[in-house]
Write a protein that binds this ligand. Structure first.
Ligand SMILES: Cc1cc2nc3c(=O)[nH]c(=O)nc-3n(C[C@H](O)[C@H](O)[C@H](O)COP(=O)(O)O)c2cc1C
Length: 303
């Protein structure tokens, strides 16, 4: 089976995970220029916003890049059409089942790579025509499932014939090597990039990641079926207290509404949602994207 860099035409077998409000066209281009596969994360953008980011990305790089579509986005039908109109070659999807868009994307020659958190969804999407899957363990930042990367990746590999990319809990060569030993053809990373010089998050958010230990994250929203891993802070503690009291989805939403934006743009580390995975404990200094990708693939390149 081909490695991820052969599939995507990159130097390293590494995808920069789509991150809402963070993975702009400019950041995706920086990641592609540094040797990985950059993704524009649509998050809550509308179609016009996505077109703008694609333009900025193309202005900054001539290397391959793709788009990550968050399936919970209310404008998702238009976004799905926009990637076709814009001639995007690779689409990854998060937070759901992209089956509805698969035929149109395949007809346009798009390589479709959904993120999955369980082997059964991987099998279903393979049957729908997915070209590969990203098996993302619960160690990761942002929206998470229940299975760990260690248990999920081999079980997805046993379930599907298409290539499997590992995500969740990968930030250095040891974890990269482990992911490849589990059967992955490459990896997707998110948290370790929050500590990169090029990452466009507020300095307060960056410093919070650098200070955090691996045990400083918590999953909010399990009780309302919307689990998200974030750094423990004032907002996270208040949220969890309300969850324990039995608060419903509407009540809990008042904590999370616009909270990622508060963290990313305003640097509000008390009330913002500082999405981060457990590898935050390995992010101890600001480095360039190139240094991060070189470290992750250090032994792969030697081999
Ligand atoms: C701040 C942040 C925001 C994220 N937003 C998204 C998103 O919008 N769509 C998505 O598919 N995944 C999202 N993710 C998950 C990443 O794409 C990636 O799969 C994950 O970060 C990999 O695990 P790691 O955090 O342990 O490196 C996000 C992750 C982080 C840390």
């Amino acid at each position: 089976m081909k490695y991820l860099n052969e599939i995507l035409g990159t130097e390293f077998p590494v995808i920069q995970g789509g991150m809402a409000n963070i993975a702009t066209g400019s950041f995706a281009a920086d990641c592609s220029n540094a040797g990985a596969f950059g993704l524009i994360g649509v998050g809550g953008m509308d179609a016009a916003g996505l077109r703008e980011e694609i333009k900025k990305c193309r202005e900054k790089t001539d290397k391959p890049f793709g788009v990550n579509i968050m399936l919970m986005n209310p404008d998702v039908d238009n976004l799905a059409k926009t990637v076709v109109d814009e001639g995007i070659k690779v689409v990854t999807t998060g937070a759901g089942n992209p089956g509805k868009y698969m035929d149109a994307w395949k007809a346009a020659g798009i390589t479709v790579i959904p993120v999955v958190a369980a082997p059964i969804l991987a099998k279903h999407l393979e049957d729908c025509g997915a070209d590969a899957v990203i098996a993302e363990g619960t160690e990761s930042g942002g929206h998470v499932g229940e299975m760990t990367t260690m248990t999920l990746v081999p079980q997805v590999c046993d379930t599907v014939k298409i290539p499997v990319i590992a995500a969740g809990g990968i930030a250095d060569r040891r974890q990269f090597n482990a992911a490849m030993a589990l059967g992955a053809v490459g990896v997707q990373v998110g948290t370790c990039l929050l500590g990169s010089r090029e990452c466009p998050i507020h300095e307060n958010y960056k410093q919070a990641i650098i200070k955090a230990k691996g045990s400083d994250t918590i999953v909010t929203g399990r009780s309302v079926n919307a689990p998200v891993r974030i750094l423990k802070n004032k907002m996270a503690r208040a949220y969890v207290k309300e969850e324990k009291r039995g608060a419903g989805r509407d009540e809990l939403e008042k904590f999370t509404l616009g909270s990622l934006r508060k963290a990313v743009f305003e640097g509000d580390t008390d009330n913002g949602s500082l999405m981060a995975g457990q590898t935050c404990g390995q992010v101890t200094e600001i480095r360039s994207l190139r240094e991060i990708f070189e470290e992750i693939c250090a032994e792969y390149r030697k081999g």
